[in-house]
Design a binder for this molecule. Structure first.
Ligand code: CP
Length: 306
C-alpha cells in the first residue's frame, strides 16, 4: 500500500522494516547535523482537524529533518470553519502540487475515505477512536529500545481502552510482533467486542496487571469522547486505577511505564510516576521523530518506485 492508514494493514515484515529504518534515523538525529536530503523534492501537508501537540510537532520536525517542504493546516483557523468539505479542502491543497498528506481527524475512517478519492499518499495521524499507527510504532520502538525485545514481552495497556486509538493500534502491532497483550482498567472502559475481536487478556485489578506485565502503557482518560461519565469521579478513578509510586514499589520487580501524552496528572498517572525512574514518556516523544522519518521515507520511496 502507498498509505499508512493503520497497523491492521501491516504485516510483521513491514513493521520490522519501519522499526529498523527508525533506528538508523535515530542515529542520524544524534549527529551535529541532523538533516538528510532524502525528501528534498517532496511536499507534505500536515492536516489537523483535531488538536495535537506531540504528533503534529513530531511530523513537522521529521519532515524538516528529511528536507521535505511542509505546510500546516489547522481546521479551526481554516475555511473548514466556513463549511468547506474535507474532500474540497484536500483537493485544493493538492492542486498546489503537494505530494503527501499527514492527517488527524475526529471521525474514525476519515483517512480511509480520503484514500479512495485522492491520488496522494496518506499517513493517518489519528482517526477518531480507530487507529494511531505512528504512536503504536513509536511505542514499540521505545519498548524494544528499553527491554531489548518485543517477542514474548508482556505489555499491559491500562485505562480508557474503549475510546483509545492508541490502544487499538498497540494491540494490533504487539500481537503481530509476538508480544503478550493484556488490557486493564474499569469494566465500563473495556468493551466486550474489543476483548473478543482482539483476543487479549483482560484484568480489572490494576495491581494484578502490573504484577503480570513487563511494560505498562497507561492511557489518557478521554473525557472529550465520553457523552456520559463512565466512572463516578476522576478522584475515584485515580484511587482505583491510577498508577502510584507506592503501587510500583510494592511489586517487588521493575516495570517500564509508558504514556502517549497528554497526561492527566493525578488521574491515570501520579506525577512521581510520570517523572520518576520507571517512566520513558519523554523517550517515546524523542523516538517519535525517528519513527515518523522512517514512515515518510519508506512511503516516499515506494511512490518513486512506481
Ligand atoms: N500522543 C499524541 O497523539 O499526542 P498529541 O495528541 O499531543 O499529538
Amino acid at each position: 500500500t502507498k498509505h499508512l492508514l493503520g497497523i491492521k494493514d501491516l504485516n510483521r515484515d513491514d513493521i520490522a522494516l519501519i522499526l529498523s529504518t527508525a533506528k538508523q534515523f535515530k542515529e542520524v538525529l544524534q549527529r551535529p547535523v541532523k538533516k538528510v536530503p532524502s525528501l528534498r523534492d517532496v511536499t507534505i501537508v500536515n492536516l489537523f482537524y483535531e488538536n495535537s501537540t506531540r504528533t503534529r510537532m513530531s511530523f513537522e520536525l521529521a519532515e524538516k529533518r528529511l528536507s521535505a517542504d511542509t505546510l500546516n493546516f489547522t481546521a479551526s483557523s481554516s475555511s473548514a470553519a466556513k463549511g468547506e468539505t474535507l474532500l474540497d479542502t484536500v483537493n485544493n491543497i493538492l492542486s498546489m502540487k503537494v505530494d503527501m498528506v499527514v492527517m488527524r481527524h475526529s471521525a474514525s475512517g476519515a483517512p480511509h475515505f480520503l484514500a479512495k478519492h485522492i491520488p496522494a499518499a496518506i499517513v493517518n495521524a489519528g482517526d477518531g477512536i480507530n487507529e494511531h499507527p505512528t504512536q503504536a510504532l513509536l511505542d514499540a520502538f521505545s519498548m524494544q529500545e528499553r527491554t531489548g525485545r518485543l517477542e514474548g514481552l508482556k505489555v499491559a495497556i491500562i485505562g480508557d481502552i474503549m475510546h483509545s486509538r492508541v490502544a487499538l493500534s498497540n494491540m494490533y502491532l504487539l500481537q503481530k510482533m509476538g508480544a503478550e497483550v493484556m488490557v486493564a482498567g474499569p469494566p465500563t472502559l473495556i468493551p466486550k467486542y474489543i476483548q473478543e475481536a482482539m483476543g487479549v487478556r483482560v484484568e480489572y485489578d490494576v495491581k494484578k496487571a502490573l504484577q503480570w506485565c513487563d511494560v505498562a502503557n497507561v492511557l489518557r482518560i478521554q473525557l472529550e469522547r465520553q457523552n456520559q461519565p463512565l466512572f463516578s469521579s476522576l478522584r475515584e478513578y485515580n484511587l482505583a486505577y491510577g498508577i502510584k509510586r507506592s503501587l510500583l514499589d510494592s511489586l517487588g520487580k521493575e516495570i517500564v511505564i509508558m504514556h502517549p501524552g497528554p497526561i492527566n496528572r493525578g488521574v491515570e498517572l501520579d506525577s512521581d510516576v510520570a517523572d520518576g525512574p520507571h517512566s520513558i514518556v519523554l523517550n517515546q516523544v524523542e523516538n517519535g521523530v525517528a519513527v515518523r522519518m522512517a514512515v515518510l521515507y519508506l512511503l516516499a520511496n515506494r511512490e518513486n518506485q512506481q
